[in-house]
Write a protein that binds this ligand. Structure first.
Ligand code: FAD
Ligand code: EPU
Length: 337
């Protein structure tokens, strides 16, 4: 294992903000995590850097997770069990499962980042959350100096949330996820819960969609709406969609009749942060080098040369505008380092 000093992290993150790691190493094999050199001192676990805001230099040891590998681990009458290393690219992994005839993850096509980061915020899109297909997470626990296995129930998944975030391990670097086992039921049904997906398939005149058709439709929707980080640096949705009490949503809808509302299983109502930001006048608007994307107001973009401070300034201005107009608090989705 090679430990490097003063490593530039800009190209390791999709927002392309400046920042250097005091110490850095690439982890290509789970066994490397047991090395005594990694046990002490502050550390940060880095995946694809697609949900990260660099505030500046990082005075820690950055472990860049690059563990490869994907395989059919087992199969029973009901399901395929597929295992992937933490460093595998998420989208490539999803397409690989589809090519092999193991559907179930297609709604999560084209989400950037790595397999190992997927459980951290329980990635979700187009009517599916990864927790619905996840079986077991394997991680190296730096405190216990041992590998641990967490079942889906142990992971306490919720909307953009998990045990890893609830315990603060995503900031402290206590747990490095090394691999994830997925359970893909053989009784596959197309998941067309999200209206945009059904509309896109109808426009393509697909009446009985395969998993590949759904992946293609979702890839097309995403390419239309979201900026490619290689061209316009961004971290996807910059805020969570706020979840409020039903009574609060009713009051807002009285004064704003077009307010999108998504009732949740617990009786509360999810609002669309993108809509709130657009109504607050921030769609396509910028403060210095950081703005909100003109095609999707929930996506904060680096228009060139931005720093972590510029991101914070725009974030706070957007939060204030939404607070003033709707009395709703927006919480950032990416991790601030
Ligand atoms: P990083 O950004 O590197 O890290 C994120 C967090 O995970 C950090 O706290 C880090 O410490 C931790 N972490 C990373 N790897 C590990 C590991 N192996 N072990 C332990 N901790 C780890 N998200 C969605 O949910 N749905 C979307 O539709 C979506 N669309 C996006 C679109 C765009 C254009 C972009 C840029 C982002 C989007 N995101 C979306 C956010 C992002 O893709 C996900 O959060 C993704 O899972 C981050 O993966 P990463 O490997 O880049 O993680
Ligand atoms: N909207 C606007 N103006 C905008 C953007 C959105 O009015 O500028 C409205 C839309 O018209 C729609 C509603 O807001 O009525 C929801 O918009 P959209 O379907 O684009 O989804 P989103 O809520 O903005 C969420 C996730 C995305 C995920 C998509 C698809 C969060 C924080 N974001 O976005 O996840 O890909 O749904 O499922 O939950 C991410 O987490 O990084 C991410 C991209």
């Amino acid at each position: 294992m090679i430990l490097q000093c003063n490593v530039d992290l800009r190209a390791c993150t999709t927002l392309a903000l400046p920042g250097r790691a005091a110490h850095y190493t690439k982890i290509t094999n789970a066994a490397q995590l047991a090395d005594a050199d990694l046990a002490e001192g502050p550390r940060f676990i880095l995946g694809g850097g697609s949900n990260l805001v660099l505030s500046g230099n990082v005075d820690r040891l950055v472990l860049h997770m690059a563990i490869p590998g994907k395989r059919l681990a087992k199969e029973d009458a009901e399901a395929f069990y597929i295992e992937a290393g933490a460093g595998e690219n998420w989208h490539d992994f999803v397409q690989w499962t589809l090519i092999h005839g193991w559907p179930g993850l297609e709604n999560l096509s084209l989400i950037p980042g790595t397999v190992g980061a997927a459980p951290i915020q329980n990635i979700g899109a187009y009517g599916l959350e990864v927790s619905e297909r996840l079986h077991t997470v394997t991680a190296w626990d730096f405190e216990r100096q041992a590998f641990v296995k967490l079942s889906r129930d142990n992971c306490r998944f919720a909307y953009r949330d998990s045990l890893f975030k609830q315990e603060g391990w995503h900031l402290s670097g206590r747990m490095a996820i090394t691999s994830v086992l997925f359970r893909l039921p053989k009784a596959w049904q197309p998941n067309l819960r999200y209206a945009d997906v059904a509309q896109e398939l109808a426009a393509r005149k697909v009446t009985e969609p395969s998993a590949q058709d759904i992946a293609a439709a979702i890839i097309a929707i995403r390419q239309r709406k979201l900026p490619d980080p290689a061209v316009i640096p961004n971290a996807g949705s910059f805020f969570h969609n706020p979840v409020v009490d039903a009574a609060r949503a009713d009051i807002l809808a009285k004064t704003h009749p077009t307010l999108p509302r998504y009732p949740q299983a617990d009786g509360r109502v999810k609002l669309a942060a993108g809509w709130l930001i657009e109504q607050a006048g921030w769609k396509g608007k910028a403060l210095g080098p950081v703005g909100m994307y003109e095609k999707q107001a929930l996506v904060l973009i680096n228009r060139g040369g931005a720093t972590g401070l510029d991101v914070r300034n725009t974030m706070q201005a957007v939060q204030a505008a939404v607070r003033d107009k709707f009395a709703v608090e927006l919480t950032p989705e990416p991790i601030f380092l």
